[in-house]
Design a protein around this ligand. Structure first.
Ligand SMILES: [Zn+2]
Length: 167
């Protein structure tokens, strides 16, 4: 593929994915409102949002209440099937190893994420669980959609936390 074709394909992908990523960002902002690290996720089926969630680890005191996990559970409940084979997951931050496992178990065919996570990302930044071809399922990955804006939500949150004297 030529560079021009590649750029064009990138632009089409952006216009398709950006509106849903913005919805995931709204979930992330909601999480910051209740005091959690701003990470948000939405799950889309046939162009409609079937589930949306923000990170609830702190507010629920639940170590596994990541946005992706909550959205996957809500989507399965909404659809009435644990297999999310017709869905796309949008998440503002590269999934961790736990969420990568959940994505594979749910048979999600496509994952679109915003910012990369060099400290814990499981889509190639730190681990490559989502790129692992020994597993029975491998989702298509679309990285870096609105990455800068998604990342800024996190840096602004942590800066504000530091100002409040929290770590
Ligand atoms: Zn996670």
């Amino acid at each position: 593929m030529s560079r021009k074709e590649e750029t064009l394909r990138q632009m089409q992908a952006e216009s398709e994915h950006e509106p849903f990523m913005r919805l995931a960002m709204a979930q992330a902002r909601a999480a910051a409102q209740w005091g959690d690290v701003p990470i948000g996720a939405v799950i889309v089926q046939a162009g409609s949002v079937v589930a949306a969630a923000g990170n609830r680890r702190a507010v629920d005191g639940d170590p596994v209440a990541h946005a992706e996990l909550l959205a996957i559970r809500a989507a399965a409940a909404a659809i009435g099937d644990w297999r999310l084979t017709e869905c796309t997951l949008y998440v503002t931050l590269e999934p961790c190893i736990m969420c990568a496992g959940a994505i594979i178990l749910a048979r999600l065919p496509r994952v679109v994420y915003g910012a990369g996570d060099p400290k814990a990302g499981a889509a190639g930044s730190m681990y490559s669980v989502l790129l692992e071809n020994r597993l029975n399922h491998q989702p298509q990955m679309v990285p870096g959609v609105l990455a800068e804006e998604c990342g800024r939500l996190l840096t602004e949150f942590f800066r504000a936390q530091r100002k409040l004297g929290k770590k």
